[in-house]
Design a protein around this ligand. Sequence first.
Ligand SMILES: [Zn+2]
Length: 205
Amino acid sequence: MRVGDKGGVTINAAIPEEGRRRFALAHEPGHWLLHADRTQRFLCWQENLRDYDGSAEDIEANAFAAALLLPRPMMFPAHLAALPSLGLIAAIAARFHVTLMAAALRYVSTLEKPVMVVFSREGKIAWWRRNDDQMKGLYGEKAQALSPRSLASAVAETGQPSGDMQPVEWDVWFPHLAPRSGRTLHEQSVRLEHAPIVMTLWWAK
Ligand SMILES: [Zn+2]
């Protein structure tokens, strides 16, 4: 909320996780700086803090929050050399006190690795984010049902993480695309804590 040149942020005290509170707190100054001409009062729900449900303004505020909480120069040295995995993303989340989702989105878009992250709900792909340079042309079909051969499908059913990154056939995830020759697709999946969402990391090795 903005009154003249002063602003304030209130956060729902019912949000238990530090990562979600920090992201909400970093999201609002994004509106303050980027959208001063549009409205003086933003009311952002949890859905607005996830890009797939958010408005254009919320997606911009989310990008601002991600850059503020996960500064690119601080991410590079420790994480560039490591192999992609959800364990690495969990370590980034712990290091920067952000949610697993925020860490994953920043990881795939910032570090130059052939990685994508996909979020599925109720057994279907909801949305995804990729490293645009490294994963050009690869995309998940929205509302595509999870293949029973995917690790994500088992995670959705059991709630248990999938274990280590494992190779999967291309057509498990990309039945609509030709396989990429010379590359093997790897998958690792986990169910998010605060929502019925399965997060999958793809790595085209
Ligand atoms: Zn917002």
